[in-house]
Design a protein around this ligand. Sequence first.
Ligand code: C2E
Ligand code: MG
Ligand code: MG
Ligand code: MG
Length: 280
Amino acid sequence: FACSKGNGYSMLYHSDIRAEEILNINMLRHLKSALALNEFFLVFQPIVNLTTRNITGAECLIRWRNAELGMVGPDHFIPLAEDTGFIVPLGAWVLDNACMQLSEKLSSGEWPSDFKLHVNISLVQLMQQDFSHSLFATLTRHNIAPHNISIEITETSMMKETEILMETISTIRRGGVSVAIDDFGSGFSSLSYLHKLEFDTLKIDKDFVSDVLTDSRNESIVSAVIRLSHGFNVPLVAEGVETAEVADKLQAMGCQKAQGYYFARPMPLSEWPDIEKVLP
Ligand code: C2E
Ligand code: MG
Ligand code: MG
Ligand code: MG
């Protein structure tokens, strides 16, 4: 990151600086004040059981609305937050806010007691020494049972397995919180880490799911991952399901759960459907 390399802002006038880096500096400036200015909010996307078509849980996704930048997608600012360490306070805010909203839905009875809320956690956060401690402290503060939470960690970060990571994941699972491997298949990884790592759910990346009907190679990959999930005896969530045809195909192939625009877009909880309603 240009700014942190020492020559400071004079670098901006250097002819070969990339436009992207200038944008990043501007974004970082806004990012650092965004927590205090209350510019972040959370949206929740239903996760559906493909057989019953009932909502069994949700994934919580962060949104950022800034006066100058407009809406900025997490794919743009999460990497920047990770590079600068800002993800640590930001991730803590996400967890706290998600638990607060979850706790209201559970205590009002709108969501059943076995509802599972998935929260994305980045590797930088997970590697903080006190991560599991602060996770459980947050749950306690909001009076939430551990089985109501699943943390999502991307396959790519799982591959950077270290002692601390394994130990943290083990502590988290012993405490009753689930662990999901996110974007499975996109990490270009070897399968060897799967037998070492503990996890409760696999999520297959939307890149494979979206054209499962038209691309026979992708169909083979999805089919192999479905069999893998059966072998490990963990549920598989297919991400990015956009049509009835893809949902039906995945169901026929034996995929247990799904998430995608066909069922519902990520929404603030105020716009959420009645959980009892069978979707769509
Ligand atoms: P992800 O965890 O894999 O989340 C799924 C992404 O797919 C979300 O993008 C979601 O809006 C999108 N999506 C859902 N259904 C469909 C569909 O049917 N079609 C298509 N094309 N896309 C669909 P989003 O919200 O832009 O988030 C992007 C990524 O940013 C997430 O990928 C996750 O890695 C990261 N992220 C989001 N919120 C957080 C957060 O609170 N903390 C951390 N550390 N990362 C987050
Ligand atoms: Mg995720
Ligand atoms: Mg994903
Ligand atoms: Mg992703």
